[in-house]
Design a protein around this ligand. Structure first.
Ligand code: UT7
Length: 302
């Protein structure tokens, strides 16, 4: 499997820590120190998981330069599609005029959604076939802006990638463990921050270690880890446990906060476009979150 092109989209509206401190009992200092987040992007009324997904997908298709009639699979990861049905993936098929002889479906694996989609696509694709995978979220619609435990964390956005079949293997691991106590979404997101933090560090550390071994790399060989942007301290703790430099972890959460399924592909797109990933690099992508779920993928970038 090869990632041929990436794209991303974020709403124009920005919510700063200062603005949040006028809404709940918090401060810029607390948020930056405990999370690393400075701003998040918030969807306007006319934006949705679908409109953001569409923008990110069009960029990824453009970057990959793949004819759309070669797309055989569309997978969208989201917990914030407005409708239960049709899926985001079906609406993407319609809006981008993709062929009809395809598989198109959504995945709910919360913040691990894009990694689950990537693994699924890599298992399903055959020679000369391409997949469009997207993570898109409008978490602002399910964030309780009276709850300081959660409202400082989340933002909106979308990221996408076009995947092509390749004999180059990818190595993956995934985990799912039903638990509605630590992280649950009904009308709003509810989270036991401490418990999820602990789970996240463990899942990230195990995931990175497992896929690195499967790929035959050593941890010292890893050039870049692009993982779910939940909290800078989670990434730093995982780096410390693995004995690798935190510099190897790509970070853009200061700007976007936690965008759940969109976070890994948004970070990946920024890493690609800013020239921080190139051919031959040993890259790990990793996600963790609600479900509880986690997943990681290792590959040599080609
Ligand atoms: O995407 C899915 C995965 N999600 C995650 O990975 C999130 C994991 N969890 C976290 O990132 C962190 O646990 C949080 C950022 C949510 C919280 O940070 P923390 O360092 O674990 O803080 P805490 O929950 O231990 O709270 C410490 C104190 C508490 O006050 P007391 O009880 O010590 O008086 C909280 O009430 O900080 C208080 N607090 C706040 N203070 C100012 C909690 N939220 C805030 C806030 N502003 N926004």
């Amino acid at each position: 499997m090869r990632i041929l092109g990436t794209g991303s989209a974020a709403p124009v509206n920005i919510l700063t820590n200062q603005m949040l401190s006028n809404m709940v009992d918090t401060s810029d200092e607390w948020i930056v120190e405990r999370t690393g987040i400075h701003t998040r992007h918030i969807a306007a009324d006319n934006e949705s998981a679908l409109t953001l997904a569409r923008q990110a997908a069009m960029q990824a298709l453009d970057a990959a330069d793949v004819q759309i009639d070669k797309i055989k699979l569309v997978i969208c990861a989201s917990v914030t599609n407005e409708l239960r049905c049709p899926s985001l993936a079906c609406n993407i098929q319609r809006d981008l005029e993709l062929p009809e002889d395809i598989l198109a479906f959504d995945i709910n694996a919360a913040c691990s959604g894009f990694i689950y989609a990537l693994i699924t696509a890599s298992e399903l694709l055959k020679e000369n076939e391409y997949a469009l995978i997207i993570g898109s979220e409008v978490l602002s619609r399910i964030t309780d802006y009276r709850d300081r435990n959660t409202c400082v964390l989340f933002g909106d956005g979308a990221g996408a990638a076009v995947i092509g079949f390749s004999t180059n293997p990818i190595h993956w691991t995934a985990m799912a463990k039903g638990d509605d106590q630590k992280l649950r979404i009904d009308d709003y997101i509810h989270m036991d921050g401490h418990a999820v933090f602990k789970f996240a560090v463990e899942a990230l550390t195990n995931g990175i270690r497992t896929v690195t071994e499967k790929a035959g790399f050593t941890l010292a060989d890893l050039d870049l880890v692009v993982c779910h942007q939940a909290n800078e301290r989670i990434l730093a703790s995982a780096a410390k446990r693995l004995g690798i430099s935190p510099d190897r972890f790509f970070l853009n959460l200061a700007k976007y906060g936690n965008t759940s399924a969109a976070s890994v592909p948004m970070a990946l797109d920024e890493a690609v476009r800013s020239g921080q990933i190139h051919k031959g690099m040993r890259v790990v992508l990793a996600g963790f979150g609600g479900g509880l779920t986690s997943g990681a993928v290792a590959m040599e970038w080609s």
